[in-house]
Design a protein around this ligand. Sequence first.
Ligand code: ADP
Ligand code: MG
Ligand code: MG
Length: 897
Amino acid sequence: MPETKYVYDFAEGNKDLKDLLGGKGANLAEMTNLGLPVPPGFTITTEACTVFLETGSTPSSLDDEVTTHLDALESARGKRLGDPDDPLLVSVRSGAKFSMPGMMETVLNVGLNDRSVEGLARQADNERFAWDSYRRLIQMFGKTVQHIEGEAFEDALDEVKRAKDTDNDLDLDADDLRKVVDAYKGIVREHTGADFPQDPREQLTAAINAVFNSWNSDRAVLYRRQERIPGDLGTAVSVVAMVFGNLGMDSGTGVAFTRDPGTGEQGVYGDYLQNAQGEDVVAGIRNTVPLQDLEKLDKTSYDRLMEIMATLEGHYKDLCDIEFTVEAGQLWMLQTRVGKRTAAAAFRIASQLVDEGVIDLDEAVQRVTGEQLVQLMFPQFDTTAKVHQLGRGMSASPGAAVGKAVFDSYTAVKWSRSGEKVILVRRETNPDDLNGMIAAQGILTSRGGKTSHAAVVARGMGKTCVCGAEELQVNTKRRYLTAPDGTEVHEGDVISVDGTTGRVYLGEVPVVDSPVVSYFEGVVEEQDDLVQAVHRIMTHADSTRRMGVRANADTAEDAERARRFGAEGIGLCRTEHMFLGERRQHVERLILAEDDEQRDQALEALLPLQRWDFLQLLTAMDGLPTTIRLLDPPLHEFLPNITELSVRVALAESRGEKNENDLRLMQAVHRLHEANPMLGLRGVRLGLVVPGLFDLQVRAIAEAAAQLLKLGKDPKPEIMIPLVGSVQELEIIQADAKKVLAEVAEQTGEELSILIGTMIELPRAALTADQIAEAAQFFSFGTNDLTQTTWGFSRDDVEAAFFSTYLEVGIFGVSPFETIDVDGVGELVRIGTEKGRATRPDLKVGVCGEHGGDPDSVHFFNEVGLDYVSCSPFRVPVARLEAARATVSQEGGSDSR
Ligand code: ADP
Ligand code: MG
Ligand code: MG
């Protein structure tokens, strides 16, 4: 068997080998092959890393392979690694398949030692440069390979600067830097008990292994978890001949983007730092200059850079970011990749690239995501306002919230009841904070990550949340927080929380409506280029997607908004809210009815109210299918709270009074009490057990439809029976419903064609879908309940209890309530669809759980062949876009998300 190849020269790789060479290595190879000025080098594969991480040592053949490639590198440069007279130096760089900015390690100037530093100084005729390079090596090597606290080195450097009375590293001369090197070597000796390693090859090997190890550093692990990057990919290691930006003022180093990654505006964008090496630019040790200034400093290099950036954009057909170095007037490319960008930039750039003829509209749809669209739809802080930033945490749930800081949930609820807007500030939240979170405009915590209780719950509620703002000291007992700059925020002080960026501000930052929402709402004020880009991409998305998109909406108002947002129907209208408020009394009468007559009276009282509800809804959705789900929740949800009721009864008793109705209600509450309401008397079971209840709803729907038909309208109601597990349940309800429909048709003289279908939300329903389809005229997967019943847990009980643990240990990559669990719940959706269509080939199948608006889930539903997804009105544009992206990627093969 041929041995696995673990090392690739830059000339051997290309940009499609990211799995093997990491993004950095693959793109360095790509640039090399494009003929761009890349210093020579080679990449050790992620496979070598995986072996190293699994077994604790590198593959046995690796050393020889590295030697072979190092030899080639030495001949290319005409120098030997660490040669005392004229040393070749290399950088040892991390780089995984997915970019993990700053999470792993890189060591520069490998090959320098006490002798070669002199040789380098002579060759470059620049002592300062040589000693600067050497001190950088010891510092990076010490930190990365020997795990010495970076502070030790920084302190030593500061001390030499202080002696020189300067805080600019450029004021240090060769002698100063010699002193720094001496100090650094002392630190190494002190921490490791040995001298800084002088053997260049030993340095190289140790650096390579350290980069492998940095894959599993705490911060890298944390970052991967947050970005959902698999933990077993490993990093590649690129070994690159050093080029020097610290040779003098005709040298320097910089970073650049081919377009503005913040706004998407055309034109280059970047920073440059003279006489500096690599990390200095981002470390902010000195002030950088705008890239444009390079034109004045070194026109030749600048022009060449512009030319190269144009080449890269043309080649990658997208915004690229790059790292470069100028060594004594000679430009070198050190890195490129398709750059990250803000949501607004993503839409603008995709549209620009279409204008420029670089990509087509199908590709433009692939270049943006539903999540980015969501970001654009939240109200935003006016960034032109003057602000005082208190600190920054993680962007847990987007949005812009302003309110008075409160430090406990009780106060949050109390103040919000009296009309105050509040921000709930906690160290971390727990399930007891739920009411406070609901009452608050936004939530801010100083602890916990994106999967903390606060983050999970806030996202579920669509509430703005910043979590893990560790730099803010939160004192909940004394009700204040302290920012790093010493500012204190006490209970009642106004703060502004930006869930999109994670920033927290003092005072009220003005909020502006998202122009994108105004566009969807049809209130187009000013056609800015962002709105135009969104319009263009959404228009193409609608003409491309295979699946329909409907909305979950319970009221006419929601339905109208959903329609404006592009919904092509209602996939789920819940009817339970129609029995709350004033109407509770009728439901109570229904529950307490002692005979048929009393029951019928209660139902009769409800009929006109229900009819009115449906009249409004069907009017709003005129001409579009409107799926109405018959009553689903257990009846006790309509009864008064047991504690309140008990108190009322006890108080009355203590006064020697007796309220008969309350006593009967008490009995009913006890009678209807369920240990597991989620698995109790609800859905179709209610319809079978409470005579007349479903008939009432069916009649109201039919009468509303008939009334609208008379007015020349086009109502399209569909009746949906929840929680069916067996076809018999459905058959009984359906027979009754058909009778009612026939009666209403007869009475009104209108021809009613109203489909009767079912939700598939129990595993049994999915598994017997072939039988159920004998009766059901359509299916709609209720993936919330299907997830609960498939996993056997109730969302309310488990989410706060153990989801964060499950996410941490990796049982979930993401909550199954957020993204469909493809292997389990998804499989039931697949089976249910196939079996249903085996019986009834033209069976219309949709989904109406929250997953209908989740990008990954939408892609899955498209693949399974569902006819439509239904989601909350605000998510409709997301579903439209993702459905189109799913269609394009299915047809085009690759999914470029
Ligand atoms: P990161 O992934 O954190 O950006 P890099 O591997 O890109 O780490 O390297 C850190 C810095 O060192 C970058 O600014 C890079 O441009 C610079 N650098 C890396 N290799 C070389 C080299 N061979 N010559 C000069 N500078 C280099
Ligand atoms: Mg880099
Ligand atoms: Mg359900």
